[in-house]
Design a protein around this ligand. Sequence first.
Ligand SMILES: Nc1nc2c(ncn2[C@@H]2O[C@H](COP(=O)(O)OP(=O)(O)O)[C@@H](O)[C@H]2O)c(=O)[nH]1
Ligand SMILES: [Mg+2]
Length: 398
Amino acid sequence: MALPRAMRLLALVSVGLFCYLLFLIFQAPSGLEPPSTKGSGLKLEKMDRDPNLDPTGEPPGLLRRVDGYNYAPDNKKSDRINATLLSLVRNSELKDMLQSVRDLERTWNHKFNYPWLFLNDEPFTEEFKKGIRAATKAEVKFELVPKEHWEVPSWINDDLYRESVEVLKDVQYMNKKSYHQMCRWNSGMFYKHPALKDTQYYWRVEPHVHFFCDVDYDVFRYMQDHNKTYGFTINIYDSPESVAGLWPATQEFIASNNHYLHPNNAIKWLQDDVNRRENFEKANGYSTCHFWSNFEIGDMNFWRSQAYEDYFQHLDRAGGFFYERWGDAPVHSIALGLFEDASKIHWFRDIGYQHIPFFNCPNSPKCSGCQTGRFTDGEQWLNKDDCRPVWFKHVGLG
Ligand SMILES: Nc1nc2c(ncn2[C@@H]2O[C@H](COP(=O)(O)OP(=O)(O)O)[C@@H](O)[C@H]2O)c(=O)[nH]1
Ligand SMILES: [Mg+2]
């Protein structure tokens, strides 16, 4: 009788161990602090109706407007704050850059005259400078990116990079080294440029984007007056193959830097496993949902914080900017989602915007050339890349 009882005990222990193992496996992706649920504003279980369809006006609260000469380009005592329009661009993109500059000048900057700063890893041509200067009456600067900010870091092994390109050959731009350099630079370098030393806020503008709606208030002052860190227009899913190691590297960082997590963080948004579960699985616990960073209005003090600097250094050493294709958009988004108060992240729902193939198109008489509520003008399947419902669900309209 002793033997069967021992076997029964053994079976019981095995079942217990198996259950514990299952528990560990399902716990694994969320090895961080339990997410905060505070957030701000409205919570939607799922997006039944696109908020872009609702009539959209200006954001509530204090807004600064043009009043006489207060924003005139040559006014030395203007109401402008410490902010710039910012673009990393190649000489070959002059025509596309002019498209973006003209749209933003027409809808907003001809009123407020914020300066433009153009950056390039190669010297700008006279043709480029002349073309841009003619498109605005605001101050314009052209600067070179310091070599040490752009070059591939010494610890990246070129053979390993080439092997990674073979493995991830289906990831867009994987074989284009300059694209990796650009993503790394946008993640951890741009705000360190000497020309931005005394600047706090920036609005990132890419070539070949469109702005559709008149905006009649100073958006930089809005950020400052309302204590916002980051503004976005579009929230989408990333290709999970390009960031497979990003969340594990992030978890590793958090494990020893738990104190950087903000009590009102948006980790639930980052870890959403409902909407596109396959992304969450392939990206090892990250939903891949991110603010699309070709549009950003931000406070560079966040990128200059110790938390972000330590995080960037950790990621940079991990090598994923080259061995995978970590984009600055998911990197920025994860950092904001973990280290910033979610209520300081603002959806600029009133800024009509397009970067191929996605739009932010509000329902407003101030907009033209943008079909209200349209998310994409590309293939139908691109609609499932819309990640705003997940942001609204976990954080709110902000
Ligand atoms: N100067 C410079 N700018 C670059 C380089 N690669 C990308 N960019 C800029 O970085 C931004 C993102 O690149 P883009 O080609 O638009 O990438 P996509 O929007 O992800 O398809 C754009 O503003 C480009 O002009 C580069 O090698 N040199
Ligand atoms: Mg682009």
